[in-house]
Each structure stands twice: as structure tokens, then as C-alpha cells.
Design a protein around this ligand. Structure first.
Ligand code: ADP
Ligand code: MG
Length: 355
């Protein structure tokens, strides 16, 4: 394709602050990504295409996610490492929701001239992305790089995962009477976003990406933890009838699961597991953020009532939060049950992009 950047130059000769040029940027990414570690990847960054060879008995699942500055992150709130982490985490969370094992990631980046001018931001971005990639055992196997037309960073991630043939977890498999569960805690990502907004967490303090999976994620907004191991455990142990990840908020995402499975749902509000950052904002706000905040990237899944569900999956806490029922005409799709037993209709208050 036609290159918009300047011709490639060695990084060392770029002290004048000229945009590095597409080739030099790709070279930097390629060096930092290193050799692909997944055996399925026969050819990685460097040719026109990557070559993958799936294992026998597995299907490939594919997902793509856009991360746009100003919509999904802000460079004054999210450190470069946070943006890199979040870009990959969004795609990995979709793989987790299908119960897939990550195989390869493809990153398309559009960088404004001033960001491409010196590799500091990109190196920070790659710190976050590659740290999570190493933990998730996924290889960066290709992508595309260009100068952005405007002043905003655009990052698109494509993730390929593998799942035993016919075993991927879908949204559509739930049945009436199934119990509903979620992993981890809810509301934390939105609560931490408020702290960033109000400058309680200064970007300058540079919270670090986690070195390993923690029981309680201290930075659910900056460094969300895709639930890959719990997703794999659900498939391996055949525990779930349906699953999805919670990216837009429970009130919106549960609606999607209900729709796909042609069911309605009941949620017991006192049972929702709240992240401590959300709980600290008081019960009403915490509940609002847990239902509508979004970006928690926990798993929501349904299980047959006869199926025993362990209290943790791969070390991550699992909480029963409600159940699924036959859809009845005139009945709300999602009913919320309060501590005193009062019932109300739960409408989608989470994020619906492009509404
Ligand atoms: P093409 O002209 O065929 O698109 P490019 O020069 O854009 O090739 O890319 C060269 C190689 O570098 C390809 O293997 C491509 O997948 C890889 N690549 C380009 N940009 C990125 C990126 N942002 N992240 C990872 N790999 C990249
Ligand atoms: Mg290209």
C-alpha cells in the first residue's frame, strides 16, 4: 500500500523529531513483539500475510475491536501502557467469552504526526500491550500502521482464538430455569474512571499494569483483566449453557443474552458483587455503576440448575446473580429484585454506541 509517512530511517538518526516513518515504526513494533511463540503461527510479522496452521479438532474464533482516542480512552487520563493494555484486553475478553484460547493478535495503528515523531508514546503503548500478550500467551502476528488523518490515536485489534470444535460458548444456548452467574466484581472500571476524571488518580502517578492475575484488580479501568482462564474452564468442564463478556454494562449485556436465547431474566440486586472502588461511592452509585457502568470485562454466564458451579473458576470468584425464565408477553425482559423484594423493570442503561 502507498505509504503516507516518510521513508524509513534508523531510529538513532531521528533525533530531530521527524515522524519516524511507517517502516521504522513497523520495525520498532516487530523488534518489540519478538518471535511468535504459538506453534500455530508458521509465519509472523514481516510478509504480506501471517500464516497460521490450526490444530486438529479445533475451530478458529475471530473478533475485532476499535479503540478510539476521545471515545474509548483519553491520553490525559490513560497512560500509554494503559491504552496498549486496554486495546488488547478488549479483544481478549471477547475470546474469553467464547471460552477460546488466544492464538494471534493483529494490530492496526493510526498515529498522529506528533505521536509518531518520537517513539516514547508507542513504546509505552507496546509495554502495556505486550505485557498482557505475554501473560495471555498470544503473539502479535501482524497489523497495519499509518499516519492518522487527525490529532487522535486510533487502534484496532483483531484477535484469533482456538476452541475445541463445536464447544464455543454462545449467547444463544441458555434455557428457561438456568441460573445466571458473573465472574469477579462489577462497577470498578466506571468507578476508577470517575477518579481519573476528578483527578484523584493522576496519570502522572503512572499506575503499573499487573504482573499477574490478582484476586482483586486494583485498576479495573486502566488495566482490565480479561477472564481467559475462567472462560477456558467453563468450556473444559462443560459448565455453561451460554456466556458473554460484560463490556457495556450488565443492564445492556444481559439484554443481549436474553434476546439471543429468547428468554427473560431476573437479577437480585443485593447479590451483585461490587468492586471496592464502586462500593466506596455509596450503595446507590455503586449499584448504578455495577448495572450501567460498563467496561468491567467480567464474564456473564448461564448454567443448568442441576449443574454445580464452584465458588471460584481458575482462582476468580464466581457469583450467582439471578436466573433466566420463559419470555411472557407484557412482562419486562429484565426484572430487578431489591433487598425488600420490590420488583422493577431493568432497562438498558449501559452504553450503546452510535445510538
Ligand atoms: P503491507 O504493505 O503488505 O500492508 P506493511 O508494510 O504494512 O505491509 O507491513 C509489513 C509487515 O509488518 C506485515 O507483516 C504487517 O502485518 C506488519 N505490521 C505492520 N504494522 C503492524 C502493526 N501495527 N503491528 C504489528 N505488525 C504490523
Ligand atoms: Mg500495511
Amino acid at each position: 500500500m502507498k505509504r503516507l509517512g516518510r521513508p524509513a530511517k534508523p531510529l538513532s538518526s531521528n533525533k530531530a523529531g521527524h515522524p519516524l516513518g511507517e517502516l521504522a515504526l513497523i520495525d520498532l513494533i516487530r523488534q518489540r513483539a519478538g518471535k511468535a511463540t504459538n506453534r500455530e503461527i508458521r509465519l509472523s510479522i514481516g510478509d504480506d500475510c501471517a500464516i497460521l496452521r490450526p490444530r486438529a479438532g479445533e475451530e478458529i474464533v475471530v473478533t475485532t475491536d476499535l479503540c478510539l482516542e476521545g471515545r474509548h480512552f483519553r491520553r490525559d487520563w490513560h497512560s500509554p501502557a494503559s491504552v496498549g493494555h486496554r486495546t488488547l484486553a478488549r479483544g481478549l475478553s471477547d475470546l474469553a467469552a467464547m471460552g477460546a484460547r488466544p492464538v494471534a493478535a493483529f494490530l492496526s495503528l493510526a498515529l498522529p504526526k506528533e505521536v509518531a515523531a518520537n517513539p516514547t508514546w508507542l513504546n509505552g503503548f507496546l509495554d502495556g500491550l505486550l505485557n498482557l500478550a505475554a501473560r495471555a500467551k498470544v503473539s502479535l502476528a501482524g497489523g497495519d500502521t499509518s499516519q492518522a488523518p487527525g490529532a487522535e490515536v486510533l487502534a484496532d485489534i483483531v484477535l484469533l482464538g482456538a476452541v475445541p470444535t463445536g464447544r464455543a460458548l454462545r449467547r444463544s444456548g441458555a434455557r428457561p430455569g438456568d441460573r445466571l452467574f458473573c465472574t469477579g466484581t462489577l462497577g470498578g472500571a466506571a468507578a476508577e474512571l470517575r477518579l481519573l476524571q476528578n483527578n484523584v488518580i493522576a496519570n502522572a502517578k503512572k499506575p503499573k499494569p499487573p504482573a499477574k492475575t490478582l484476586a482483586e484488580n486494583p485498576h479495573p479501568q486502566l488495566f482490565p483483566e480479561p477472564r481467559l482462564a475462567p472462560g477456558l474452564a467453563l468450556v473444559r468442564r462443560g459448565l455453561a449453557t451460554a456466556a458473554m463478556d460484560l463490556s457495556d454494562g450488565l443492564s445492556t449485556d444481559l439484554g443481549h443474552l436474553c434476546e439471543a436465547s429468547h428468554l427473560s431474566a431476573e437479577i437480585r440486586l443485593p447479590d451483585l458483587p461490587l468492586h471496592p472502588l464502586a462500593a466506596a461511592l455509596g450503595p446507590a452509585t455503586a449499584l448504578d455503576l455495577a448495572l450501567n457502568g460498563g467496561e468491567d470485562y467480567e464474564l456473564l454466564f448461564a448454567a443448568d440448575p442441576g449443574q454445580r458451579i464452584p465458588p471460584t473458576l481458575a482462582g476468580v470468584r464466581v457469583t450467582e446473580i439471578g436466573r433466566l425464565m420463559k419470555q411472557r408477553p407484557g412482562q419486562p425482559r429484565i426484572t430487578a429484585i431489591a433487598a425488600d423484594g420490590a420488583q422493577s423493570e431493568l432497562t438498558s442503561g449501559g452504553w450503546e454506541h452510535l445510538r
